[in-house]
Design a protein around this ligand. Sequence first.
Ligand code: GLA
Length: 700
Amino acid sequence: MIDRLYLCAAGVSVLLDLRDADVRLVHWGADLGEQVPDATALEPSVPHSASDQPAPVSLIPQASRGWRGTPGVTGDRGSRDYSLRLVLQDVEADESRAVLTLSDEAAGIRVRTTLALAPSGLLLIDNELENTGEGDFRLASLDTSLPVPAHATEALDLTGRWAREKHPQRRTIDQGTWVRSGRHGRTGHDSTLVIAAGTPGFSWRSGEVWALHLGWSGDHASRVERAGDGQKVIAVGELLHPGELVLAPGETYRSPRAFAAYSGHGLDGVSERFHEWMRARPGHPSSPRPVVLNTWEAVYFNHDLEVLRQLADAAAELGVERFVLDDGWFLGRRDDSAGLGDWFVDPDVWPQGLTPLTDHVVSRGMQFGLWVEPEMINEDSDLARAHPDWISGPGDRRSLRWRHQQVLDLVNPDAWQYIYDRLDALLSEYPISYLKWDQNRDQLELGHDGRSSTHEQTLAAYRMFDALRAAHPGVEIESCSSGGARVDLGILERTDRVWASDTNDALERQTIQRWTGLVLPPELVGTHVGPGTSHTTGRTHALSFRAITALFGHFGVEWDVRALTDGERKELGAAIAFYKANRALLHSGRAVRIDRPDETDSAYGVIAQDVSEALVAYVALATSPDEAPARLRIPGLDPDRLYEVSPGLQIDRHAVAHRALPAWFDAGSAAMSGRALEVLGLAMPGLHPEQAIVLKLTAV
Ligand code: GLA
């Protein structure tokens, strides 16, 4: 058998050492070129009080190979087979993919790991474990663990809560283990999106970064670990509950796919690999992302046909292209305490069904979208009254209510089929182009037939998405989960965008969207202009700030636009027109986040792949310690081309804090080379806090 493997793509190399019938990831990082080093040159010496041979960590870390950190696989057969010694049996490989089969014959366990290096340099890792022995094997974990080099000294992960998702936290990688566990039964508001390690001070544009994401919408753990011997590992895996995964002989567990991105130029390089990979998927949305109007913050549960028709008229006049009827349309759903599960249009509120509204929306040239929450059930519903046993939970006891609701046991085939049939009927009866698919509670203590079922429930929900998509291929689906609690590449295999957060406060959204964009390209992230005063924070923001914030995503409006002033209507209409004129660029270009000298302002943009044009936002987040802001340096353009820079949207004069704008604004535009824009930058106006401007750059 060969004794090493070398994969290479887009400036990333992966080097595997296969000696000793083991698999060790010697290198995942910068391109090593043609002269691949001999792994023996990298072998450490043997310390006192340690194994008698060097113990570089295996791709599946095991105590039997000398690893004293967290094992890559755990499980047992009662009193046997609790520690595996996996031996390489077979290798299939080409330049971009390796399939490695390992087994412990005595323990009766076979593991197959597939590493595929995509053209974007994103490394995809799939693991499966088969019980080839006799008797049940109780699997406790099967993780993807990737060693990172010693010079990766800082860790980054994200956390959050409802209406405040995706906030970064950083720390030094000291000895020990930093674990981020998600035990929400859904991805979670606090889900980290990636676990990353990097060189000291790595930023958006500088430093080496190694980042790992798990494509899974159930329980999971991410960790960074520095073992006593100094080796460092980042790892992700599904978090399995006791007794949840008992493999009978011949059964196989497939781990969720892990995605690994290495960048030699900061977090933007991580995003480039994710965005490019996602955009190359066959199912990636390719039509222009329609301007959305979502009714939630406009009317909440107060569904009234006449009001909604007026809202649709006002939306159509503004240029809205997709009208989404949110929560409140189905049986008994007058507030959030009842109705989930009863997916019939409520005749009390909609005596003629939804047709009068859908006809109206369609006649105004808009698509119609509908809110659903298929995985949930209210105890106050006909469904729960008829099938109390369809509520998922730990045996006879019910778990705590959350937003007055429980989780429907989709592992039960009858419950699954019932919900499928209801959704299928709605999609067949009405001209629905889009589902806003919500999931509004943590799914705690899930159980089916007395066994923990978070794993099975996640797969059953996936099957529901997949089956409905197959039956209704034209319908797009949004993944919403009380905002951004189900944002991961597992759900995005079967949905077309995510609702990043329930907050439409533009200031909060600046952080949430920036960090969601670390993995997701902007066309997959729903971003709406909310009302002047945010319903989630009580902050009041100018329309220009709200519109510019919503521009860098899949743009929409979530506001009662019937009551706009003339000025607001004009300004919002202009923002919508600007979005439409620029969405091709926004949704195909390369994301840049600009490192600024301090944290009181922020700048980011999108540059066309052919670097012929760009849009850049400059945002004042807080008052600046300096009288005048630092010049805006814009990286990533063609250094040798000249760019004309001009305000994209008209500047809101209330946004400006200074007596006068920089002279080039008065002149209407400035011309600068890409090199000068990167090295010197462009003078920015002093803005009041929580204000923004957007610039358009065009190569001349
Ligand atoms: C969740 C969603 C909101 C809205 C409500 C409706 O909170 O995140 O956008 O759809 O449910 O109940």
